[in-house]
Design a protein around this ligand. Structure first.
Ligand code: CA
Length: 518
């Protein structure tokens, strides 16, 4: 009898829960995500790739409809440099409610000094989606946790477990075919191909106007060029030891090659100044031969209708990195996150702010962030698989990713990227190559984002910014030919030692050991 009674109780419990679930589904639409009764506005400082946050982007308008919370940029649209805007905001003493930044250390350091608030208790009490996410992925939580054990920012996560490859080496395959050349298999052959692109008029206009190698991220141009040989520009770890790239033998060996390439006109003469639109310009004008860039967005030029009508046979394909001394190097990989956002100590209502951040980790927020608006930017097929609409995919002179970014999709906020999003607008060829790069270990892994004490952080940020400035300046001078590499390298070494390289190596070693012990 007892058993029967239990069964009856269970039955009613199940029935009750079905009713609750149904009620949730029915009552869901608006009520579920509403955070506050009256419309509430929060200011945000956010610049990504030179673009200031725009409240008009449709995904943020949709989020406002759901939550009743609206974000408004605290800065002028004319600003393009996020660190400059960040520093300006700090020094003015007028902090917005929320700051989005590419540099977790800056946010954590500001947090330990009281400029942004710890989020641990707020998450525990008001952010069930973020809480659940951190429980599911301890590594992701570790990446969000500062040296003092507190969380000061919600990261913008890549779909790191699914995809770590980020960029690949692209080449104008149709140019190779036209000149009767094979895919370069070694760095020597790579040089020969550049030379042929320069001299043999593959674009067929009778003018020597081809730019064999170009880059749109000028600050990484030299990093990626030397990186194809396995040399490094910053700190990295080898067998548990933290090292600094520019002091290594391989750097000394490789830099003269790049200098030579530049001198021979194989590298864009404006590589350090052309800027973010370089890729678009070089491809649409049938000028550029090779670049190292993101798989999906770069291969999407192959699907661009306008471009393909203009340049017959256009084929910009990924190739394996050419071999150098028996190894292949793809000098970039995805970190777990690309920065994130924090709530400042000036925030009018931190509870509303954390609830808003949590919204982006909800099912709806996750979908909105990756896919935009259902029925407008994306749809679902009968199996529930999402796809982007023609509005996004059909070419009219801009790439799908550019169109999506005009809706605010994937603008850097605390969130989780869905690799499926990238697959849906990239072509299958690009996805195949990203997977090949991963499987063949071409990817040069980056150091995890280390966590420092306030004191260490102050020192490391100061030393790093000077090291970065110095290597950036000298690399450019060497490559552009305004300083002689052989004659000034020792002086450069002395300078970086004076700046405090040894101390930075020690701090990083300690921080790395700590991170690995956790
Ligand atoms: Ca030409």
């Amino acid at each position: 009898m007892r058993n029967k009674g239990d069964t009856v109780t269970k039955f009613f419990l199940i029935l009750a829960s079905i009713v609750v679930i149904q009620k949730n589904i029915l009552g869901k639409e608006k009520e579920n995500y509403k955070i506050i009764e009256e419309p509430f506005e929060m200011s945000i400082l956010a610049i990504q790739n030179g673009r200031v946050f725009d409240e008009k982007w449709s995904i943020f308008q949709e989020a406002f409809k759901d939550t009743n919370v609206k974000l408004k940029s605290s800065i002028s649209k004319n600003l393009t440099d996020e660190m400059q805007a960040f520093n300006l905001s700090i020094s003015s003493g007028k902090l917005p409610d929320i700051i989005s930044l590419a540099f977790p250390n800056k946010l954590e350091s500001l947090g330990m000094e009281g400029g942004v608030i710890p989020l641990d208790d707020l998450i525990k009490e008001h952010a069930p989606n973020i809480k659940k996410f951190f429980e599911k992925y301890p590594r992701y939580k570790r990446d969000a946790t500062a040296y003092d054990g507190k969380i000061y920012f919600i990261p913008a996560y890549y779909d790191w477990y699914k995809m770590r490859a980020s960029q690949g080496l692209f080449i104008r395959k149709d140019w190779l075919d036209k000149l009767g050349l094979k895919v370069p298999n070694t760095m020597d052959e790579f040089y020969m191909v550049m030379k042929a692109f320069k001299e043999k008029d593959p674009n067929g206009n009778g003018i020597v106007d081809e730019i064999p190698y170009f880059e749109r991220t000028s600050e990484y141009a030299d990093k990626e060029l030397i990186g194809l040989f396995g040399a490094r520009r910053g700190f990295y770890v080898e067998n548990g030891i933290v090292k600094y790239g520019p002091t290594q033998e391989i750097f000394k060996e490789v830099m003269p090659q790049i200098i030579k390439w530049y001198k021979e006109g194989l590298i864009d003469p404006e590589i350090f100044s052309r800027g973010f639109s370089a890729r678009d310009y070089m491809l649409r004008n049938n000028l550029g031969g090779m670049t190292f860039d993101w798989f999906a967005s770069t291969s999407s030029y192959n699907l661009d209708k306008e471009l393909n009508e203009k340049i017959k046979g256009f084929n910009f394909s990924v190739i394996p990195p050419p071999e150098y001394k028996g190894k292949r190097y793809a000098p970039d990989s995805r970190a777990t996150n690309l920065g994130g956002w924090s709530i400042t100590s000036s925030a009018k209502n931190p509870i509303v702010a954390i609830k808003y951040m949590d919204y982006w980790f909800s099912e709806k927020g996750y979908e909105l962030f990756n896919w935009g608006i259902k029925g407008d930017t994306f749809e679902k097929d009968k199996n529930g698989k999402k796809y982007f609409t023609d509005k996004i995919m059909k070419g009219d002179g801009t790439t799908p990713v550019k169109k999506l970014s005009d809706h605010g999709v994937q603008f850097r906020i605390g969130s989780i990227q869905d690799y499926e999003y990238e697959k849906a607008w990239g072509n299958s060829e690009a996805n195949k190559w990203a997977e090949i790069y991963m499987e063949n270990n071409y990817i040069v892994e980056s150091m995890p984002t280390l966590k420092y004490t306030v004191q260490e952080n102050k020192r490391i940020q100061k030393i790093n910014s000077q090291l970065d400035m110095n290597i950036e300046e000298m690399s450019q001078k060497w490559i552009l030919g305004s300083e002689n590499f052989e004659k000034t390298y020792d002086l450069f070494l002395k300078k970086i030692n004076d700046i405090g390289l040894k101390e930075a190596l020690e701090i990083n070693q300690k921080a790395y050991d700590r991170f690995m012990r956790k």
